[in-house]
Design a protein around this ligand. Structure first.
Ligand SMILES: Cc1ncc(COP(=O)(O)O)c(C=O)c1O
Length: 390
């Protein structure tokens, strides 16, 4: 008998096999494909990326992981489906797994509803009693955005012409009013990485009463796999806070799991500003813990992203755009004019990408599955050839 195509397998059969059958088979390739096709949309319909309500959409605007999470994380989460009446364990099981993964102690970990909650928490820790933020621009902007929301001053430090953060200029922008400096490395939306030595020296140069927050959301995607995280420095630097997310390399964006790592004395200061154990879920804890144990999956994701970025760089250049090499899960390209019309016309054709924020002539495109990337390029070509002002 031939294997049924993923889309032809019924939801009932999937649930019977996966849940009643003890879930041991979900990690096998065919069932995982089946699951991906099922969550991608109704039977028999065209599916690009798994998990979208509209299976015809090509969603490349929010830097999701195109391969999804580790099948082991899905299995671990599915096993908790009949325990949804239970609150998450009060015990720091997730913290311990995070701590083990990074070689720190559990009292150096703050868990968040995505790293977004943790970025808010560190901002409030720093500026609740006054003072402001220094942040390079264009940058992710979570910390400066939060500061502005509560009426605190923000100093934005322009990038160099080749889109790099100049740490000397950032250092000089620090004043007696500064309470937190935000560095995203690699940066979003530029995708550029700081030299490791320069970043270490910068961290050392900031006075201890000012928090340095280094957001490493995309560090798993840097080309040089030996490039170091700054997490080990948190053991001695009481003002260093490093944020990480399970949403990118681990493909758990929908579970909302992120964390911050800092010296235990800094974690104590951050505690009043985040939910803690009530911000966790039993499914998220199980998925995250299993995901940390599946290095192979992360490696698969990295290889996919690298290969597909090369494809995107080549094809974007062939279409007359100027792609810039990145160290992240997205690429950017200079279109040579304001990209809003182009982004809008792609959206009208169900291709979602975005203008790189703060860089109006650049598009930012998340790496999708190979088919998603192909469809994006096909439609981009059509739109560019149509000469409709895009
Ligand atoms: C640089 C950076 N930091 C943090 C986040 C927030 O991610 P999450 O809240 O899913 O952990 C994102 C999301 O895209 C990001 O690009």
């Amino acid at each position: 008998m031939s294997t049924p195509s993923p889309i032809a397998v019924s939801r009932r059969r999937f649930i019977q096999t996966a849940v009643a059958g003890g879930l041991t088979t979900l990690a096998s390739a065919s069932l995982w494909k089946t699951a991906a096709a099922m969550v991608g949309g109704p039977k028999g319909r065209l599916v690009y990326g798994a998990g979208l309500e509209d299976p015809g959409l090509v969603q490349l605007s929010i830097n999701e992981n195109p391969l999804g999470p580790s099948p082991h994380a899905v299995e671990a989460a599915a096993k908790k489906l009949f325990a949804l009446n239970r609150y998450p364990a009060r015990e720091p099981v997730l913290h311990e797994a995070i701590a083990r993964h990074h070689g720190v102690t559990a009292d150096m970990v703050a868990n968040g509803v995505g790293s977004s909650e943790i970025l808010n928490a560190i901002t409030l820790t720093a500026i609740v009693n006054g003072g402001g933020v220094v942040e390079p621009e264009p940058g992710y902007g979570a910390i400066s955005g939060m500061a502005e929301d509560i009426g605190r001053p923000v100093v934005r430090v322009k990038l160099t012409k080749d889109l790099q953060i100049d740490l000397d200029v950032v250092r000089k922008a620090i004043t007696s009013d500064t309470k937190i400096v935000s560095i995203t490395n690699p940066n979003n939306p530029t995708g550029q990485l700081l030299p490791a030595d320069a970043l270490r020296k910068f961290i050392d140069s900031v006075p201890e009463n000012i928090i340095v927050c280094v957001d490493e959301a995309y560090l798993d995607f840097v080309d040089d796999e030996q490039y170091p995280s700054v997490i080990p420095l948190t053991k001695t630097k009481r003002n260093l806070f490093v944020t990480k997310t399970m949403s990118k390399a681990y493909g758990l964006g929908g579970m909302r799991i992120g964390y911050g790592i800092g010296h235990p004395s800094l974690i104590e200061r951050v505690k009043p500003f985040y939910l803690g154990w009530l911000g966790r879920t039993i499914i998220g804890d199980a998925a995250a813990i299993a995901a940390f144990d599946d290095d192979e999956h992360v490696q698969r994701v990295r290889t996919h992203v690298r290969t597909e970025k090369e494809y995107l760089y080549t094809e974007l250049a062939r279409l007359g755009l100027k792609p810039v090499k990145t160290q992240t899960i997205f690429v950017i390209a200079d279109v040579g004019r304001d990209t809003k019309p182009l982004v809008d016309q792609l959206e009208a054709r169900k291709i979602l990408i975005r203008r790189a924020f703060g860089m109006p002539n650049f598009i930012r495109v998340s790496v999708g599955t190979h088919r998603e990337n192909e469809v994006f390029l096909e439609v981009l070509k059509e739109v560019l050839n149509a000469k409709t002002g895009a």
